[in-house]
Design a protein around this ligand. Structure first.
Ligand SMILES: [Zn+2]
Ligand SMILES: [Zn+2]
Length: 445
């Protein structure tokens, strides 16, 4: 009998190791010999084979395990964490997709921090996992039972939303996705954790300029006080994030805010939206440069190339029009229905010019500066390349005029003259990769 027991223990250990290292054949053999092992969990952390496969990104084994009807896709470990949470933590996107497809519940809370898989994807900066979970929430029962926007702003045990965590952990890409999905920029952590903190307070703490830029562009309030009466500026100073503090200083120039209340802005197609969002970030970066110049801080070296992205592959498009407002950039945006064109920066200047009405938070709708007709829609200008007859749009094949030499970036004014490179949103997320041992260590924030 003793021998039988030790044999089983050996098989059990063999199974978990084989799952961890992705040895499908051994997993199959062991499970054929003793099918009950599929329900077995590790001694201390109570990880099932499914947890281990998910955390290590062993998609083949994960799929094989899920084919067995007795396997619960939402089995819980010691901290009431599901395999989906572990896959989201470790950025194993294929496993996240497979688990969701197999019916894993995205609305489970662990007992460690009271967090969901969405919190973990945001915390660890796995934007692909974050996207997948969000799109599942849009279509699954969560949308009908909970409501999608409630899910985006779901709170952990310390009152933290996924946006708080992404801002705190310096994950600008996740911050962007969450804001774009309806995360509340001014959400407060309430009485828990760091009481009364908004995402901007936590970004000030984390020290990510990219996160702060995103939040400010979404209308985050620099004057919001946490429970101890501190504004984000004071938090940045306390944590010695000097450059962040310069941006958060209420007396420094205000950044442009994405004019989301405007109807035609909420109805933009993907191309036009991306073009205007990038222009907004560029304008705000130029403002930052001016602010930082005065304070003696320099821009931290960006994670993306600031200059080269668009200088390649420039072929002159002779019949594209120079913007008649700034005479600097090419027309990129067309006003519908009148058909007048201007550059992305001038379009933004037009839309962001008015302050929202403080009581209704609605923006007065701008009108076409050329003919004063109402703006029904904004579209991306199609430009014809000289030689070929094919149409390209400005966004996918940028042809910004090379105006760097003539630009004078240091003279602040209300300079909208500064777009020649369009960087992608910063990718500074460190992706934790590598194998996870059977007893998974979970970083605690
Ligand atoms: Zn212009
Ligand atoms: Zn017009």
């Amino acid at each position: 009998m003793g021998q039988g027991l030790s044999c089983r223990v050996q098989d059990e250990h063999g199974l978990f190791t084989a799952v961890q290292f992705g040895d499908l054949e051994i997993v199959k053999t062991v499970l054929e010999r003793d099918p009950s092992l599929i329900q077995q969990k590790t001694v201390y952390d109570r990880h099932s084979a499914l947890h281990i496969a998910a955390a290590n990104g062993q998609i083949e084994i994960l799929s094989m395990l899920l084919e067995n009807r007795s396997v619960n896709p939402d089995s819980l470990n010691r901290h009431k964490q599901t395999p989906l949470m572990l896959a989201a933590m470790h950025g194993k996107i294929a496993c996240v997709e497979k688990l969701i497809e197999a019916g894993a519940n995205i609305l489970m809370f662990d007992s460690l921090n009271g967090r969901t898989c969405l919190h973990y994807a945001a915390y660890y900066g796995h934007s692909d996992c974050l996207q997948t979970i969000l799109s599942s929430a849009r279509t699954s029962h969560v949308a009908s039972s909970w409501g999608f926007s409630r899910f985006v702003n779901i709170r952990g045990g310390k009152g933290e939303t996924p946006l708080h965590l992404a801002a705190r952990q310096r994950r600008p890409e996740c911050v962007h996705i969450l804001l774009d999905s309806g995360a509340l920029v001014c959400a407060s952590t309430g009485g828990h954790g760091l009481p009364g903190s908004t995402p901007l307070h936590l970004a000030a703490r984390g020290g990510s300029m990219d996160c702060i830029r995103e939040l400010l562009a979404w209308g985050a309030d620099r004057l919001h006080r946490d429970a101890s009466g501190r504004i984000p500026y004071a938090v940045a100073l306390k944590h010695k994030n000097g450059a962040c503090a310069a941006l958060l200083n209420p007396s420094s120039a205000e950044p442009l805010v994405w004019p989301s209340p405007l109807k035609f802005i909420s109805e933009l197609n993907q191309d036009a939206k991306a073009l205007l969002e990038q222009a907004l970030m560029e304008v705000n970066k130029e403002r930052e440069k001016a602010i930082l110049k005065n304070t003696g801080y320099s821009m931290p070296s960006p994670s993306h190339s600031d200059t080269t992205a668009m200088d390649d592959n420039i072929s002159e498009a002779s019949d594209s029009q120079l913007c008649c407002i700034c005479f600097d950039q090419l027309c990129a945006i067309e006003v519908q229905d009148c058909g007048h064109q201007m550059c992305a920066q001038c379009t933004l200047a037009l839309c962001c010019h008015n302050k929202p009405n403080p009581t209704t938070l609605s923006l007065p709708a701008p009108i076409c500066p050329f003919c004063r007709s109402n703006i029904a829609r904004l579209t991306v200008v199609k430009v014809k390349v000289n030689t070929a007859d094919q149409e390209l749009d400005l966004y996918s094949s940028p042809k910004q005029r090379k105006s760097r030499k003539s630009m004078n970036l240091s003279e602040g004014s209300s300079s909208f003259r500064s777009l020649s490179a369009v960087p992608s949103f910063g990718k500074i997320v460190g992706r934790g990769s590598g194998r996870v041992s059977v007893d998974i260590e979970i970083d605690k924030p």
